[in-house]
Design a protein. Sequence first.
Length: 129
Amino acid sequence: MKKFYGHDVYVQSAGIRSDLDIDGFAIAVCAEIGVELDRHRTRSFEEMEKRGDEMSSFDMVVALTPASRAEAEKLTRFDHLDLEFWPVSDPSGAQAGDAREAKLAAYRTARDEIVAYLEARWGLPIASQ
């Protein structure tokens, strides 16, 4: 989001689990569109709150999986914020024996779905306007 819309809005990435390595296929397909994930680190909702990012300080939470939506609903049930569910394809469903290009295609599909949701919600990226 920062790459597309700048740094005027505070954005934080979180999920159900933390300290996971970012998938190499995700890094590769995001690099194709100029989004650098090499230094990105996963963090959980719990870790985010421990670091001082209270859920109540956000205006909006976007969940990409049913599990993250359920967790976000639980954590924000008393907070006044928007919770949006953007169901995207799960690229990790590509089989271990699949060719590299098949795996990359699955990750590109998920990436492109997220980009489409961003553009539908906030319009074209700043660089495209």
